[in-house]
Unconditional design. Structure first.
Length: 137
């Protein structure tokens, strides 16, 4: 896959010679990623993820998502620390900032629990869920 650097926004800050000087380091880093040979190479599973993943597990996830979508008014994502951040990042990447407030939303409202030690917040979550069908992830 060929990539092209769009340097339009750096031309006032970095000279062409400075950019050209970076080429060997970038090519070296790229080769180490492709070969999985550099330091930290055991953390490069993401490189092949688009083609090398558990397709059966992915099918189960999609089936569960369809069930949640059809059965639930709300999806509660539970996690402490960083364990909920992957879901939060994906949701924010795929939706707009006011997704939960949208009247044309086609999927359950999504809220997070466990990411705060506020008892008031958890009471608010319980009150929100009181009369709703919900799923927990």
């Amino acid at each position: 896959m060929a990539l092209k650097l769009n340097d339009n926004y750096v031309k006032n800050f970095i000279s062409d010679d400075e950019l050209k000087a970076l080429v060997p380091a970038v090519e070296d880093a790229h080769q180490k990623i492709v070969d999985k040979s550099g330091e930290g190479s055991d953390f490069l599973g993401w490189v092949d993820l688009p083609v090398n993943y558990d397709k059966e597990e992915f099918s189960r996830i999609k089936k569960a998502a369809e069930k949640i979508k059809s059965d639930s008014d709300v999806l509660v994502v539970v996690g402490i620390g960083g364990s909920y951040l992957g879901a939060k990042a994906a949701i924010e990447m795929l939706t707009d900032s006011f997704y939960n407030l949208s009247s044309d939303r086609k999927t359950p409202m999504i809220i997070f629990a466990g990411n705060s030690i506020s008892s008031s917040y958890l009471v608010d979550v319980i009150n929100l869920l009181k009369d709703k069908d919900f799923s927990v992830n």
